[in-house]
Design a binder for this molecule. Structure first.
Ligand code: TMP
Length: 228
């Protein structure tokens, strides 16, 4: 898990390289392209974990801090064009706040944190999708959050067209990007998962929600046995 170097430095908001204190919680993220059903699967997972007696903190990135909510409005609903770099820096800035305010304190209390999207989304959307250099962005993003990364990331995979067919509402700014962008995002997630098979597990989300739920629970239950 994360090695301690300087908890006081974190409190004072000092250097981004100051690592966070050790924790024993379990950090799980759910991620994937548009229309994968990830948010409703995350809710189901949280309910199942709570029923099983775990103390769970359920968050979304961005959107679970005051800054995150403000950034979400800008990032998803502004009418002007934002460059991929601007997007990346805003998403990362929101995530720094999320880690410091919500995720790290929960993990220190040995809670289970379930987060709807996280760092991988920046790599998939702004890196693979938007064309920013992936290794650079990955380093920047991870350093900014003191290396506080999920130990398990479930990537809910769905083909671009099938995913969009499930979105029965008006599209936000990110969803309005071209289909070719979203295909790069999807391929990006799959490449990331290949690169980090221990942390990232791809689940085919094209099937029945109940089957997807069962598969996610099997994966998470196995990790819980190892973690606690
Ligand atoms: P959500 O409703 O699935 O959370 O959507 C947030 C949108 O923002 C979605 O289109 C993915 C996008 N996004 C990025 O482009 N980069 C990021 O780092 C994150 C967290 C989300």
């Amino acid at each position: 898990m994360i090695k301690n170097r300087s908890a006081p430095a974190l409190k004072r908001g000092l250097t981004p390289s100051a690592a966070m204190p050790d924790h024993r919680g379990l950090f799980i993220s759910l991620d994937g392209p548009e229309g994968s059903g990830k948010s409703s699967q995350a809710r189901r997972l949280v309910s199942a974990l709570r029923r099983a007696g775990y103390r769970v903190v359920f968050l979304r990135d961005p959107g679970s801090t005051a800054l995150g909510r403000a950034l979400r409005r800008v990032l998803l609903h502004t009418s002007g064009r934002l460059s991929p770099l601007t997007e990346a820096l805003l998403f990362i800035g929101g995530r720094v706040q999320l880690v410091e305010e919500r995720i790290h304190p929960a993990l220190v209390k040995r809670k289970v944190v379930v987060c709807d999207r996280f760092h991988d989304a920046t790599i998939a959307y702004q890196g693979f999708g938007g064309g920013l250099e992936v290794p650079w962005l990955d380093r920047l993003g991870q350093r900014a959050i003191h290396g506080v990364m999920p130990s398990l990331t479930i990537v809910l995979d769905v083909a671009t067209q099938a995913g969009f067919a499930r979105l029965h509402r008006s599209h936000d700014r990110m969803e309005r990007k071209a289909a070719v962008f979203h295909r790069r995002v999807r391929r990006g997630y799959l490449r990331l998962a290949k690169r980090e098979p221990k942390r990232m597990v791809v689940v085919d989300a094209s099937g029945a929600p109940e089957e997807v739920r069962r598969r996610i629970w099997m994966i998470v239950a196995r990790r819980l046995r190892l973690a606690y």
